[in-house]
Design a protein around this ligand. Structure first.
Ligand code: XMP
Length: 327
């Protein structure tokens, strides 16, 4: 069997029973692979790394060391949820690193989207690497590699989840228990492991996080407006029963202002842009016709609850020519 090929005999995991069988088999395999040694995992809170964490906790408990790096570009409540579920709920060996200042300081004045992405990705690897050096006796590196990652990287071992570690940090091997699974199967396994639906069914969230939605040079006040408006959007979509119906939705705070009037005085504040799209594969996307009352409720709440914002817009642009994200 080729290392990177899903076995042809492998049944598609579509039911809780099939997920249970998969989990049982992986628990055995992981135990056989790592013995009594320690395993390191970068736990972002995304679907793949969360499912790998829950699976490995079941298999080897505290031999798994999870590191959650908060780069300061997470959505509201996201890091807190990771701590709540894994540390408090599953009693994980979890190291939480709040690297907000470090990331935001590096990003001061950086407006070019690709440079921002590179800084965020590069800094992430450095923080993770520093932590790995501090910890002793780590023999294995776990990754939330899934089958599409392997297919997309054409059979090259995918290190993308941690961005690649330097050669002088040596691991005996990789632990990649979901590497032959498709995304929908990872979600079924996650549910069978008891992870909450809002974590397992989560919409895609880019690695650079809110950094690509706070356009141009990121400032803390705009980032705050972005995080708060995004939380309002999610809350109102939830209440309107839209969360499961729309593929991806979020807000954007661009780096320009417009004139407004508040309490009889002129203000010069930011707009908040609502982005909502439906798609099958993210290669093209359409914009749903949202109920006016829902849009109005979100607009009213953002304008009254989020500081520094005087306008709310709905982005009507399909992909192509617009991309889903603004940067
Ligand atoms: P675009 O903006 O290219 O986005 O239409 C397509 C999908 O990819 C997500 N996306 C990213 N995911 N790192 C990621 O992990 C990134 O840098 C990144 N940029 C975009 C985006 O949210 C959408 O689902």
């Amino acid at each position: 069997m080729e290392y990177n090929k899903r076995p042809e005999s492998m049944e598609r995991i579509t039911t809780p029973a099939l997920a249970e069988a998969f989990i049982e088999e992986q628990v055995k395999e992981v135990r056989a692979q790592v013995g009594d040694k320690k395993v390191l995992l970068a736990l972002s809170g995304g679907v793949d790394s969360s499912v790998v964490a829950a699976l490995l906790i079941k298999a080897i408990g505290k031999q798994l060391v999870c590191v959650h790096v908060n780069h300061g570009l997470m959505r509201k409540g996201e890091s807190e949820q990771v701590i709540e579920i894994f540390k408090n709920g599953l009693d994980a060996n979890l190291i939480y690193i709040d690297a907000t200042d470090r990331f935001l300081n590096k990003l001061v004045g950086v407006a070019d989207p690709e440079t921002k992405r590179k800084i965020i990705g590069g800094e992430f690897v450095r923080v993770f690497e520093e932590e790995a050096r501090k910890l002793e006796g780590l023999s294995f590196l776990a990754q939330g590699t899934i089958y599409p990652d392997i297919i997309e990287s054409k059979g090259v071992k995918a290190h993308h989840n941690v961005g690649g570690l330097p050669d002088d940090i040596h691991f005996e091997g990789l632990v990649e228990p979901v590497k032959f699974l498709y995304k929908d199967e990872v979600r079924v396994v996650g549910k069978a492991l008891g992870l909450p639906a809002n974590m397992v069914d989560r919409q895609p969230f880019p690695g650079p996080g809110l950094g690509v939605r706070c356009t141009g040079a990121i400032t803390r006040d705009r980032l705050h407006a972005l995080r708060e408006s995004d939380a309002i959007l999610r809350e109102e979509f939830d209440k309107a029963g839209l969360t499961d119906k729309i593929w991806q939705f979020f807000t954007v705070v661009p780096d320009f202002r417009s004139t407004g009037v508040r309490d009889g005085k002129r203000v010069f504040d930011w707009p908040v842009i609502i982005r909502a799209v439906n798609t099958v594969d993210a290669m093209s996307a359409t914009v749903p016709e949202l109920d006016w009352a829902v849009l109005k409720k979100i607009t009213d709440r953002i304008l009254s609850e989020v500081q520094g914002v005087c306008r709310v817009l709905y982005d009507l642009s399909p992909k192509a020519p617009a991309t889903i994200e603004w940067e």
